[in-house]
Design a protein around this ligand. Structure first.
Ligand code: ADP
Length: 573
C-alpha cells in the first residue's frame, strides 16, 4: 500500500473529509486519516470478492486503494462515509413509490426518513395522488392534493437533517396531465418553500407537440383515470418557462425519452429520478455512483486511453461489488435493486481536462472530445459488466432486456453509466465538478471569523506563472471582477480556454449535456447557466433545444434569480 506521504489531499478536501467523512469517536474526535478512510472503503468493498471464487480479494483491495488514493476514481459520498462501518449504506440514489392512500403516503415518508438518515437522496413521483378537492370516500371529505403532501416530506427532511451527516435531498415529480399541475409548477415560487426539494414536471412527446402547436391537452384524475378538463399546452409550457426563469424550478423530465432508452423495459416503466435527475429509476430501485477524475487521465497533453480503460475496469468492479455488500435501508429496495443491479459510473474534472488539452469548452472540439471519452467509458464499462455477468451471473431481469435482445450472453448490471454532479467528491478530488465548466479562475472565499482567503484555480495559477503574468494583485483583481475577459495582460487564447460557467453561452451548456447523453445509459447532471438579463424566451429556447437534442431532462439557473440552491455539497451544507 502507498505510504502516507503519497496521498496528496488539498486543503479544502481535508476540511470536507474532517467535517463529514472521517470516522469520529463518541466525543466527536476524528479517529481516521484520509488514508485510513480509503483503506476502510477498499477493504470493505473488495470483501465482496470473497463471495465468488474468481479473484483475489487482497489484490482487489490494493487496486481499489490505488484508484481512490490516487484520486483517479471516487465512489459517491455514502460509500466513502459508510463502507466498513455499522451503517454500511452505500448508495446515493433512490426512488420511492407513493401510493394514493394515507397509509401509502406515510409509508413513503418513513422510507424517505430511513434513506436520508443513511446519506441517500430520494426521488418520488407524486402523480398517483388524487387532486385537490377530489373525494375521500372513507371520510366523505375532500383531498388536499399532492403539493400539500410534499410539504410534509419537506418538513420531515428538515428535521432529520439535524441528526444526519448531510442535509437530505429530494426530487418531487408530477405528471404534466395531473389536475394540480399548475399549483405544482409554481409551488417553489416563494422563498422558503419546499427548500429540500428539487421539482420537475414529467412531460411526454404528446404534450411537447401540443405545446409547440399551442394546442389543448387533457388533464386526467389518477384516481379513476377520468378526464377532468383541458388546458392549453402552450400556456402550461409558458408557465413552466416563466417560473423556471424566476426561481430555477421546476426542471423538466422528458419521460418518453427516458423510457425509450430504458434498458429493461421488461421490468417496468420509469416514472421518476433521484434528486439531481441524473439517475432515472424504477420504483424502489437504488443506484450507487462513482466518478473518474479525468485530470488524472492526461499524459503529455493527450488523453491516456490505456489508463482510462484500466480505471474504468477497476471502477466497474468496485461499483458492482458495492451492491453485494450494501446494507439496504429498506427490504423492498434491496429486492428491487438486486433484480437489476444498476450502477452509475461517470466522470468529473472534464472542464479541467479540456484546459489541460487546451480545448475551449464551447467548441466543436470539446463536444467531440466529450463524445469520444464517454463512448469509450460506456463501451469498456459494458465489456467489464458482461464479463462479470459471465463469471458471477447476470442481473435477474436480463431476459427481455435490451442486452438480451441485442445478442449479449450475459450482463451484470442493467445500466453502467451516469454523469453525477459530484458536488462533494470533486472537492475531495480537487477538480471541477462533473461536466460543468470552471466556476471561477480566482475567487475570494469567506472563511471563519470574517477572514477572507484568495483561491486561485491551480491550472490558472500555473499558466499565469508560466506566461509571466502572475501576481497576487492581479489574482485579487480577477477575483473581484469575476472574469479575466477584460484584463489586458492576458492573451486571447488563454481567455478562450479559461472561460467560466457564466461566460459560456447557454446553448453550449445544452450542447455539452446532449453530447454526453448520447453515450450515457442513465442521465446527465448539468446546470444550464443563463445571465441575469436572460429573458423567459431564452429559457424557452433552451428547454426546447434540450428536447430536440434528446436530453432526458433540463434544469436552468439564471444568475441572480431566486433559486434556492439545494446544497449538495457537504462542505457548504
Ligand atoms: P457526492 O459528490 O457527494 O458523491 P453528488 O453531488 O454527485 O454527490 O450527488 C449525487 C447524488 O447523491 C444526488 O443526485 C443525490 O441523489 C444524492 N445526494 C447528493 N447530496 C445529497 C444530500 N445532501 N442528501 C442526500 N442525498 C444527496
Amino acid at each position: 500500500m502507498k505510504s502516507k506521504n503519497d496521498l496528496k489531499i488539498s486543503f479544502n478536501a481535508l476540511k470536507v473529509l474532517q467535517k463529514r467523512y472521517l470516522l469520529k469517536d463518541e466525543d466527536g474526535n476524528i479517529i481516521e486519516t484520509p488514508e485510513k478512510m480509503f483503506k476502510r472503503v477498499s477493504k470493505a468493498v473488495a470483501g465482496a470478492d470473497n463471495l465468488y471464487n474468481d479473484t483475489d480479494a487482497y489484490k482487489t483491495e490494493k487496486k481499489f486503494y490505488r484508484a481512490m488514493s490516487g484520486l483517479e476514481f471516487l465512489p459517491n459520498s455514502p460509500t466513502l462515509m459508510n463502507a466498513g462501518t455499522p451503517i454500511n449504506q452505500l448508495s446515493a440514489c433512490f426512488v420511492i413509490y407513493i401510493e394514493d392512500s394515507i397509509n401509502g403516503i406515510f409509508n413513503a415518508l418513513k422510507h424517505m426518513a430511513l434513506i436520508h438518515k443513511s446519506g441517500g437522496g430520494v426521488g418520488f413521483s407524486f402523480s398517483k395522488i388524487r387532486p385537490k378537492g377530489d373525494v375521500v370516500k372513507s371520510t366523505k371529505g375532500v383531498a388536499s392534493g399532492p403539493t400539500s403532501f410534499m410539504k410534509i416530506f419537506d418538513v420531515a427532511t428538515e428535521v432529520i437533517k439535524q441528526g444526519g451527516r448531510r442535509r437530505g435531498a429530494n426530487m418531487g415529480i408530477l405528471d404534466i396531465r395531473h389536475p394540480d399541475i399548475i399549483e405544482f409548477i409554481t409551488s417553489k415560487e416563494h422563498e422558503g418553500v419546499l427548500t429540500n426539494f428539487n421539482i420537475s414536471t414529467a412531460v411526454d412527446d404528446e404534450f411537447m407537440n401540443a405545446a409547440v402547436n399551442n394546442e389543448e391537452y387533457d388533464l386526467i384524475n389518477p384516481r379513476n383515470v377520468k378526464h377532468v378538463k383541458k388546458l392549453n399546452a402552450g400556456k402550461v409550457f409558458d408557465t413552466i418557462v416563466n417560473t423556471a426563469w424566476k426561481c430555477g424550478d421546476p426542471g423538466i423530465i422528458f419521460i418518453d425519452e427516458i423510457n425509450r432508452k430504458n434498458t429493461i423495459p421488461n421490468a417496468g416503466i420509469i416514472e421518476a429520478s433521484n434528486p439531481c435527475a441524473e439517475q432515472p429509476l424504477l420504483n424502489y430501485e437504488s443506484c450507487n455512483l462513482g466518478s473518474i477524475n479525468l485530470t488524472k487521465m492526461v499524459k503529455s497533453g493527450k488523453i491516456d486511453f490505456n489508463k482510462l480503460k484500466s480505471v474504468v475496469e477497476t471502477a466497474v468492479h468496485f461499483l458492482d461489488n458495492v451492491i453485494d455488500i450494501n446494507n439496504f435501508p429498506i427490504s423492498k429496495v434491496e429486492t428491487e435493486t438486486l433484480k437489476n443491479r444498476k450502477i452509475g459510473l461517470g466522470i468529473m474534472g472534464f472542464a479541467e481536462m479540456l484546459i489541460m488539452l487546451e480545448i475551449p469548452y464551447d467548441s466543436q472540439d470539446a463536444l467531440d472530445t466529450a463524445e469520444k471519452i464517454m463512448k469509450f467509458v460506456t463501451y469498456h464499462a459494458r465489456k467489464v459488466s458482461a464479463e462479470l455477468g459471465r463469471l458471477r451471473g447476470s442481473f435477474p431481469n436480463f431476459k427481455g432486456s435490451i442486452y438480451d435482445k441485442n445478442g449479449f450472453q450475459a450482463m451484470r448490471n442493467a445500466t453502467v453509466t451516469t454523469i453525477a454532479p459530484t458536488g462533494t467528491i470533486s472537492i475531495i478530488a480537487d477538480t471541477t465538478s462533473g461536466i460543468e465548466p470552471l466556476f471561477a479562475v480566482s475567487f475570494i472565499r469567506d472563511v471563519m471569523e470574517g477572514e477572507k482567503l484568495l483561491e486561485v484555480n491551480k491550472l490558472f495559477e500555473s499558466t499565469a506563472k508560466k506566461e509571466g503574468f502572475y501576481s497576487k494583485e492581479l489574482m485579487t483583481e480577477i477575483a473581484k471582477k469575476g472574469s479575466i475577459q477584460n484584463i489586458d495582460e492576458i492573451s486571447g487564447s488563454i481567455k478562450r480556454i479559461f472561460q467560466t460557467a457564466h461566460e459560456i453561452s447557454p446553448k453550449w451548456h445544452v450542447k455539452m449535456q446532449a453530447a454526453f447523453q448520447k453515450h450515457v445509459d442513465n442521465a446527465v447532471s448539468k446546470t444550464v447557466n443563463l445571465p441575469n438579463n436572460a429573458s423567459p424566451e431564452d429559457v424557452k429556447e433552451i428547454m426546447l433545444m434540450a428536447y430536440k437534442l434528446k436530453c432526458k431532462g433540463i434544469t436552468v439557473y439564471r444568475y441572480g434569480s431566486k433559486k434556492q440552491v439545494l446544497y449538495l455539497n457537504s462542505y457548504q451544507g
